[in-house]
Design a protein around this ligand. Structure first.
Ligand code: ATP
Ligand code: MG
Length: 157
């Protein structure tokens, strides 16, 4: 199914902006001015983006900024969610997409979760012909990115 990714991302961020008012998180948006159509399963992509944004919220400090950007690069669209949270230690980065993997059980236990969110996110993005990757610096923040193919007709337009 074809969907407008720009408005889709706006809607997800609007929802998080409302539900995180008490954490005073700022959501910055770097989105294209025009609609950007991709093929995808809206429910699955909602589940995917919800998990990534909820992780960013969960591991962000009070008053942190979360920046979400959408850009087209080399025939694919790249969606990134950047936070100013605790970050992920270098040794853990290769494992965050594994089932049930959670960094530092003691630290994350209080925050809740099963460690399945990113494993499911990876399955969803693979089924859409895209990739997902993370770059993070311990103590500084995390940027989670994923890509989706841009349909041929959209490239020509
Ligand atoms: P669930 O998503 O099932 O509720 P979860 O959020 O712990 O649980 P994942 O979303 O799979 O699980 O993330 C795996 C682990 O990666 C997390 O437990 C956390 O340690 C780390 N992680 C993920 N996103 C971030 C982030 N933005 N900042 C810091 N650590 C993160
Ligand atoms: Mg999660």
């Amino acid at each position: 199914n074809s969907m407008n990714l720009t408005s889709f991302v706006e809607q997800v961020l609007d929802r998080f902006e409302m539900s995180t008012k008490n954490q005073s998180i700022t959501f910055k948006r770097k989105l294209p001015d025009e609609p950007l159509f991709v093929y995808g399963d809206r429910d699955k992509l909602t589940q995917l983006l919800d998990n990534i944004v909820s992780n960013a919220v969960k591991y962000s400090p009070q008053g942190g900024t979360i920046t979400c950007s959408v850009k087209v690069e080399k025939g694919r669209v790249i969606i990134s969610v950047q936070d100013e949270g605790v970050g992920i230690p270098k040794d853990s980065i290769p494992h965050v997409f594994d089932r049930f993997y959670r960094v530092d059980k003691a630290r994350t236990r209080s925050l809740g979760g099963t460690g399945l969110g990113l494993a499911i996110a990876k399955e969803i993005i693979n089924a859409h012909g895209g990739d997902i990757w993370v770059s993070s610096e311990w103590g500084k923040g995390t940027r989670m990115s994923f890509s989706l193919p841009v349909p041929e007709e959209a490239k020509e337009a």
